[in-house]
Write a protein that binds this ligand. Structure first.
Ligand SMILES: [Zn+2]
Length: 497
């Protein structure tokens, strides 16, 4: 077959596999939103078959042959890039036996159910056997792909290609030192709770107002409640947000929605014209997270944002009595807490560092799953100065490990680092950024991200894309100086020289 024929066959096949995995995504969305509690067994079987089908088609010998033909052909540059990325995916995936993929899909469904049950009972031991199985499967996967390299490094390359564990460790060490100095400076400053009672229907309306104002397209999206907020794309033309509303905590729910909106804006801005080339997806999880963190923190926790929000809040909650500055102060209180998703933007990264260190210990065989809760509590005591009173607010709080998503947490802090570098660069390009936000003119910000990040899909890996946008910068310094400028001012602190 000639190169043109191979290209047509390959892209047609990729399109079909993408549509199939989009169908699996719609089942996953349903599972975490509206599926009846007792239907998990059936759903597990459905998802297991779909993931096996996707896997079998993605690694079929003919796909390898088309890639061989195209790898040797003289192609336009963008197609060469596509073939390199697809080859990398193929070489990775082809080493995984279908039986392992299927076993993982079943273990994920069982893991999610056991995790929910354990969290409700505040008892890790209920989840432990499922987690042991998920960890064993992940280790087998890593060994099947490349038995000679660090298993977590091998797994991480699926989410954050181009990031190495040693580089990550030194970045995190510098960051932790800088954050600890800020957290120590803040000390026991009194918490600035917003308080109040926020009826859910009005919150839903407000969240819709905000997501729409930021540019989220409701014609191809929707917001639904879920236990653990997430964004999921079912393909080009259907990107859904979920969130969690709290009657007594306006900002926790709103921050979650703004965060997920950031993810969704990236998905909605991906190059649908590259459908079938494998270049039409996000570049990495770290880069994805940079988009959500950027909107959630850099924009959504800024004073100009709350000045824009206040009249909209008053319209939805007449007589609530909160001023923009009350919202700003409450959204930016720094206080070590147990829950990562409710953490302020400073202590947040310490939650991530705890998880990455524990994953390293689990994959290096230095830590047994049975000892995970104790190791978790020790690190919280050491890094955040607080000890979780039970497993529900400790080791069981995150959904990730319940689906075997290891090597994922680093992407959150990478996202914060990239977002800080984007903000510093955007401020140079858009000097009146704060005025724009105060006026609700979010479009130039979205256009900037669309032009530099979203529309490029996966043509570059995450770290390369960031460098292409911001040049050579020290992201740790970008993040620390951003945090010090906001929180130093709020808490009356000067950054030590
Ligand atoms: Zn996120």
């Amino acid at each position: 077959m000639d190169a043109a024929g191979a290209w047509d066959k390959l892209t047609a096949e990729i399109r079909e596999v993408s549509l199939l995995s989009g169908a699996a995504a719609s089942l996953a969305w349903d599972q975490q939103t509206y599926m009846p509690k007792g239907s998990g067994g059936l759903r597990g079987k459905q998802m297991s078959i779909l993931s096996r089908l996707c896997h079998e088609r993605a690694v079929a010998p003919q796909v390898g042959e088309w890639l061989d033909t195209l790898g040797a052909a003289d192609l336009p540059e963008q197609r060469q890039v596509a073939i390199r990325k697809l080859r990398r995916d193929y070489d990775r995936e082809v080493k995984l036996p279908g039986s392992l993929i299927e076993r993982q899909a079943l273990a994920r469904t069982a893991g999610f159910e056991k995790w929910m049950e354990a969290k409700t009972a505040k008892d890790f031991s209920i989840f432990r056997p499922a987690l042991e199985e998920l960890l064993a499967i992940s280790k087998e996967k890593a060994a099947a792909i490349d038995a000679d390299r660090h298993p977590l490094q091998v797994l991480m390359e699926k989410y954050d290609p181009g990031v190495s564990i040693p580089a990550l460790q030194s970045t995190f060490a510098r960051l932790q030192e800088g954050l600890t100095a800020l957290i120590t400076g803040v000390g026991d400053a009194p918490a600035r709770e917003l308080g109040g009672h926020w009826p859910l229907e009005a919150q839903k309306a407000l969240h819709t107002d905000v997501a729409a104002a930021l540019g989220y397209d409701f014609a191809t999206g929707r917001i639904d409640p879920a236990e653990h907020p997430f964004t999921i794309s079912l393909g080009h033309g259907d990107t859904r947000i979920t969130t969690h509303y709290y009657e007594d905590d306006l900002l926790a729910g709103l921050g979650g929605t703004v965060h997920e909106t950031g993810h969704a804006l990236y998905e909605q801005g991906l190059p649908s014209d590259l459908f079938g080339t494998g270049l039409d997806s996000a570049a990495s999880f770290g880069l994805h997270e940079s988009q959500s963190r950027f909107w959630e923190n850099a924009i959504g926790r800024s004073l100009p944002f709350f000045e824009w929000l206040q009249p909209r809040l008053d319209a939805r909650f007449p007589g609530n009595g909160k001023q923009a500055v009350d919202l700003y102060r409450a959204a930016n209180r720094i206080q070590p807490g147990f829950i990562r998703v409710q953490a302020d933007e400073v202590t947040y990264n310490l939650h991530v560092i705890v998880r990455v260190e524990l994953e390293l210990a689990l994959f290096e065989g230095r830590l047994a799953v049975a000892d995970l809760p104790d190791a978790w509590n020790e690190k919280y005591t050491k890094y955040l100065g607080i000890t979780p009173p039970d497993d529900a607010v400790g080791v069981l709080q995150d959904v990730h490990w319940s689906s075997g998503a290891f090597a994922y947490f680093q992407s959150y802090t990478l996202g914060n680092l990239y977002a800080a570098a984007f903000l510093a660069t955007l401020r140079q390009d858009l000097p009146d950024l704060d005025d724009r936000v105060r006026a609700g003119e979010f479009r130039p910000i979205l256009d900037w991200l669309r032009d530099r990040v979203h529309r490029h899909g996966r043509t570059l890996d995450g770290p390369e894309r960031v460098r292409a946008v911001v040049g050579e910068r020290d992201y740790v310094e970008d993040l620390l100086s951003y945090l010090w400028s906001r929180h130093g001012a709020l808490y009356g602190l000067t950054r030590p020289a």
